[in-house]
Design a protein around this ligand. Structure first.
Ligand code: PLP
Length: 380
C-alpha cells in the first residue's frame, strides 16, 4: 500500500468487528411484556431469538438472558456478590478485561473481599496457580477467568481450570468471559462446566449494545426489574436480540468456527513469520510461535523497539492501518495491567500494540501491513 492510497485496512477486530445489518426482522410494534396481540408477537420474536442463540451455544434457552453486551453481563455476575450474605471473596484472573478488573476494585471499595489469580509469562492461568490461589483464599465464592484474552489472544484451558474449581468446598461460582472466544475458537459452555458466561454481539458482526449472559442457575442481581426473568432490567432490545441470533448462527456454529479458524491460522502464521524477520519487532510473549496452540489466531501483541505503542498506532493509522494499544475500553489510560501481569517491564509495556484480524482479512491485507510496518519503522 502506498501512502497516497485512501484504502483502509482494519486490524482492530478485537475492539469491534465490522457490522453488516442482517437482522431478519423489521417493524416490531409490541413490547414483549404487554399481553395484547402485538405484545405476544414481540414476545415470540424475542423467545425465538433466544432459542436460536441457545441452539448455537448448546445450552437451554432458559439459561440465556439478553443484556447490552459483555460489560453488562460481567457486571451482573460480579455485583450479585453484593446481594449474597457473607459476601464471599471474588477472584479474578489478573488479565481480565477492564469490565471485570475495574469492577473488582469497586467491589473491594464496597467491602467485598477480592483477590487476583496470577498468570504465567504467556498470560495464561495455570491449574497449579489456580489451586494455590484457592488454597490461599478459603473464603472464595466466585472466580472470573476469561477464555481468550483480548490483548494477547492467550487461551485458557477452561475445562481443566473448572475441574480445579469443582474440588473446592464450599463451591466457587466459575464465571467465564467468552467475548473474544465466541466465533473465534471452539467453545463448549456445558463441557467446560461454566456457571456463567458473557457474550457480545459486536465482536462477531452483530451490532454493539446487545449481548448474552449465560447463567446455569439464576442469581440475585443488584439491579432489579421485571424483564429477562428479573435478571436484566429494561425493555428488551428485540432487534438486537434477533441480530445477535443471526450473528451467532453465521459465525459461531462449530463447523464455521473450525473453517474460519483454520484460515485465520494460515494468515497469522504468515504474519508472525514476517514479524519475526523484522529485527525491531518483539512478540509478546517473546516465545510465541507461529502456530501456537496457547494463543488465539485472531489476536497478537507485539512491540517495536524504541517506538511507543501510541506512536506506532498513529503512524500506521496515517498509512491506512487500524491497530490498537490495549483494549478499546482502556485506550484512554496508559496503564497496561495485562502486560504488567505477564511480568513485562515499563518500557516493553509502553511499546506494546495489538493487531487483530477477522474473517474478511486477506493475505493481501497482511502483506500490506508488513510493508506498512517496515515503512513506518524507516522513519520512527
Ligand atoms: N470482555 C472482553 C474480553 C472484551 O474484549 C470486551 C470488549 O472489548 C468486553 C468484555 C466488553 O464487551 P462489550 O463491548 O459488549 O461491553
Amino acid at each position: 500500500m502506498n501512502s497516497s492510497s485512501s484504502e483502509r485496512r482494519y486490524f482492530d477486530w478485537a475492539a469491534t468487528a465490522p457490522f453488516h445489518k442482517e437482522a431478519s426482522i423489521e417493524g416490531i410494534t409490541g413490547n414483549p411484556s404487554s399481553i395484547h396481540s402485538e405484545g405476544k408477537t414481540a414476545r415470540k420474536i424475542l423467545e425465538d431469538a433466544r432459542l436460536r442463540c441457545a441452539n448455537v451455544l448448546g445450552v437451554k434457552p432458559e439459561t440465556l438472558y439478553f443484556t447490552s453486551g459483555g460489560t453488562e453481563s460481567n457486571n451482573i455476575v460480579l455485583y450479585s456478590s453484593l446481594k449474597r450474605t457473607g459476601k464471599g471473596r471474588v477472584l479474578y484472573s489478573e488479565v481480565e478485561h477492564p469490565s471485570i478488573r475495574d469492577n473488582c476494585a469497586v467491589l473491594e471499595r464496597l467491602g467485598v473481599p477480592v483477590g487476583g489469580i496470577g498468570v504465567n509469562k504467556d498470560g495464561r492461568v495455570t491449574e497449579e496457580t489456580l489451586r494455590r490461589t484457592l488454597e490461599k483464599y478459603t473464603d472464595a465464592r466466585y472466580a472470573a477467568i476469561m477464555a481468550a484474552n483480548n490483548e494477547t489472544g492467550a487461551l485458557m484451558d477452561m475445562s481443566g481450570l473448572a475441574k480445579v474449581i469443582r474440588k473446592k468446598e464450599p463451591p466457587v461460582h466459575l464465571h467465564c468471559d467468552l467475548v473474544q472466544a465466541i466465533g473465534k475458537i471452539p467453545v463448549d459452555i456445558p463441557g467446560w462446566d461454566l456457571d456463567s458466561a458473557s457474550i457480545s454481539a459486536h465482536k462477531i458482526g452483530g451490532p454493539a449494545g446487545i449481548g448474552l449472559l449465560y447463567l446455569r442457575k439464576p442469581l440475585e442481581p443488584l439491579f432489579t426489574g421485571a424483564q429477562e426473568r428479573g435478571i436484566r432490567p429494561g425493555t428488551e432490545n428485540i432487534a438486537g436480540a434477533v441480530s445477535l441470533a443471526d450473528a451467532l448462527e453465521k459465525r459461531a456454529l462449530s463447523a464455521v468456527v473450525s473453517m474460519e479458524t483454520a484460515l485465520a491460522e494460515e494468515r497469522w502464521t504468515f504474519l508472525l513469520k514476517q514479524l519475526k524477520k523484522i529485527t525491531r519487532c518483539i512478540l509478546i510473549p517473546e516465545d510465541r510461535t507461529e502456530c501456537d496452540p496457547r494463543f488465539s489466531p485472531w489476536i497478537l501483541q507485539a512491540r517495536f523497539r524504541g517506538v511507543p505503542g501510541e506512536v506506532m498506532l498513529r503512524a500506521l493509522d496515517s498509512e491506512g492501518f487500524a491497530i490498537s494499544t490495549g483494549s478499546a475500553c482502556s485506550s484512554a489510560h496508559r496503564e497496561r495491567p495485562v502486560l504488567k501481569a505477564m511480568g513485562l517491564d515499563q518500557n516493553a509495556i509502553l511499546e506494546g500494540v495489538r493487531i487483530s484480524q477477522g474473517w474478511t482479512t486477506t493475505m493481501d491485507d497482511i502483506n500490506a501491513l508488513i510493508n506498512g510496518i517496515e515503512k513506518v519503522l524507516g522513519f520512527l
